[in-house]
Design a protein around this ligand. Sequence first.
Ligand code: SF4
Length: 169
Amino acid sequence: MTEFPDLKPDCSSCAALCCVVFAFDQSESFAIDKEAGEVCPNLSKSGQCNVFDQRSELGFKGCITYTCHGAGQRVTQELFQGRSWRDDEALTHRMGEALSVLRRVHEHLAILDAASSLPLSDDHLLGLSHLTSELLPADGWSEESLAAFPIDEMVSRVSTFLKSLRSYV
Ligand code: SF4
């Protein structure tokens, strides 16, 4: 059976992807506008957030509520062998593309993992197993397989599956 990845963020093994690859719109959650691929001005050269303890007061609540579900470290270490957009600017877009899909993959693995604790029927267990195995390909993920993965369709299938579990809750 394919090993389940860590679904908890490990920022120490990530290249601060969430502080770079995504865009922010100035709002209640973010104090500034930031383009996708632009380095947040609060990110230090060593990869630490300079305002980590004051994010809420300074208007960066969105950084506190965001989670990559462990996808950031996996993109950095597994897909890019520990390299960073700091070493090669061209990686920013590629890492961002990979993270945007793998984050949703991990989010839905976490949902299915939570559902697995319900007293499911054999049919439901089988359905859960099929969905989980599609999110955990035996050979792991690559940039190419993530780019080709029909994530929107998978999200819709997981949603339909979860609706079928209503009688358990
Ligand atoms: S405020 Fe800090 S945590 Fe939020 S994106 Fe900027 S550097 Fe990252």
